[in-house]
Design a protein around this ligand. Structure first.
Ligand code: CA
Ligand code: CA
Length: 467
């Protein structure tokens, strides 16, 4: 009898541990809309092999600086710690003289000797995969007049790299250089019916309407260039209305394919510089805008140096050699945001509903099946109290903060959300009790069984006492 009871107690405790720590959405394989992309310029990231440093000059922003595949391998643990799941390399192809950025392609079938060999690229890909991350490559389309047989070269080269390396995808750049018909054919041969292979497309010069023409060309994803300007504008200065940004995001929430949102890339003045020009303190502004980027629907793309607050004006001053002396607080913050986005399906697959917006203070709701996440960002110069009526959210719930230990309970009719000036919080909407029913029940059962155990032991002991 005692053994049986002990057995039941142990089982109940195992169930308890199980229900508390194992979460279904963490063990499933990641789909592409779950990824967080770290985009880097190979020459400017990390120099791991000095033998390929041909004519480098780190004092000239237009010269090669020495970064290579080996250097990226050396830094993969650093990237993994920040919870990035995809590494996006700048163009790897052999370039004309001075093409440190990789975008002056001379030969689509060779890696640039500054970056390393195909074998070294394969080693990088393997190391990325060992860490349960993925790797994609930017593929710039050269101007037609500079490249004979451009279509054949692009198609055959993409096939060659796909077959001869284990890369997970491409980001085709300047897609407007080739026809829509070409892209349909390209994707039919390389991408359609291949769920794990990812082909995304970007063009810095297309408007939202022009970009939407490519939505049914067979790409997996489009880079949301039209969102970039409103996004940068909204958070570069305090007290700016966020209405335009939010309405754009809400319209796009029904887009037929995935989209990717970014703040910086190789063509833009560093966003840090824009903040400084607006007399905004970059340290806290980056936290607000990254909180936004990680909680809106598009796949977040982070450009190298974001985590160090890298500064710089227009190209080539926007891509200095990476310094790995980052501030720990920022690394922890980026890593925390990644963890939150990865664990909450509401953030990657959910609907988006704006609940409150006024002069830089926003509260929005993301919802997927029974999961609800609430995001509150105070991009203003005042502390803010926003009262969300229960009928916009739910009854009998409470809000628990992911970023800090914030807990908000409802009053009669509303949830009072207080956010200090220039701060932000991401809330999970959970049951008011704070524990799920199963948890309470399990504790209750353990308690009863333990009582029973004591009683039986006492009874036996009593029976043994001689009369
Ligand atoms: Ca090197
Ligand atoms: Ca695909």
């Amino acid at each position: 009898m005692i053994k049986k009871i002990i057995g039941i107690i142990l089982c109940a405790q195992l169930l308890l541990v199980h229900s508390t720590f194992v979460r279904a959405d963490q063990v499933e394989e990641r789909s592409w809309d779950n990824e967080i992309i770290y985009s880097l310029m190979i020459d400017r990231f990390s120099d791991g092999d000095s033998t390929n440093n041909i004519d480098i000059n780190r004092r000239d922003p237009l010269s090669f600086h020495g970064g290579d595949f080996r250097g990226i391998i050396d830094r993969l643990d650093y990237l993994q710690k920040m919870n990035f799941t995809v590494i996006q390399l700048s163009s790897i192809f052999a370039n004309r003289e001075g093409g440190f950025h990789g975008e002056w392609v001379k030969d689509y079938f060779q890696p640039d000797p500054h970056f390393g060999t195909v074998d070294e690229l394969n080693e990088l890909v393997d190391e990325v995969h060992k860490r349960n991350m993925k790797i994609i490559i930017e593929f710039p389309i050269m101007p037609k007049e500079e490249y004979s047989d451009l279509e054949d070269a692009v198609l055959n080269s993409a096939k060659w790299w796909k077959e001869n390396t284990s890369i997970d995808g491409f980001k085709m750049m300047n897609i407007s250089e080739l026809s829509l018909e070409f892209w349909k054919l390209f994707n039919k041969e390389l991408n359609v019916n291949e769920e794990s292979f990812f082909i995304s497309a970007a063009d810095q010069n297309l408007t939202a309407d022009e970009l939407s023409l490519y939505a049914d060309a067979g790409f997996d994803s489009l880079v949301n260039v039209p969102l970039n300007e409103p996004l940068r504008y909204a958070f570069a200065k305090l007290d700016r209305p966020l209405e335009d940004l939010m309405s754009l995001e809400q319209q796009e929430n029904s887009y037929p394919i995935m989209l990717e949102a970014f703040l910086d890339n190789q063509y833009l003045k560093r966003y840090t510089r824009e903040m400084i020009e607006q007399e905004t303190y970059p340290g806290s502004a980056w936290k607000r805008v990254l909180t936004y980027l990680y909680t809106q629907p598009n796949i977040p793309v982070i450009y190298y140096g974001t985590e160090t607050g890298m500064d710089g004006s227009s190209a080539p001053d926007n891509t200095p050699l990476m310094s790995f002396q980052a501030n720990q607080e920022m690394l922890d913050f980026v890593s925390k945001l990644g963890e939150v986005r990865q664990s909450q399906k509401a953030l990657t697959k959910g609907t988006l509903e704006l609940l409150y917006e006024k002069d830089g203070m926003i509260v929005f709701k993301r919802e997927y099946e029974s999961d609800t996440v609430l995001v509150a960002i105070n991009n203003t110069t005042e502390d803010q109290m926003v009262r969300i009526p229960k009928n916009q959210l739910a009854n009998d719930k409470e809000l628990r903060g992911f970023l800090e230990d914030n807990l908000i309970r409802s009053s009669d009719k509303e949830y009072p959300i207080f956010v200090e000036r220039e701060r932000m919080e991401i809330f999970k909407v959970v049951d008011e009790t704070g524990y799920n029913l199963f948890f309470i029940l399990a504790i209750f059962i353990v308690f009863i069984l333990f009582g029973l155990f004591l009683y039986v032991a006492w009874k036996r002991g009593k029976n043994r006492i001689p009369e």
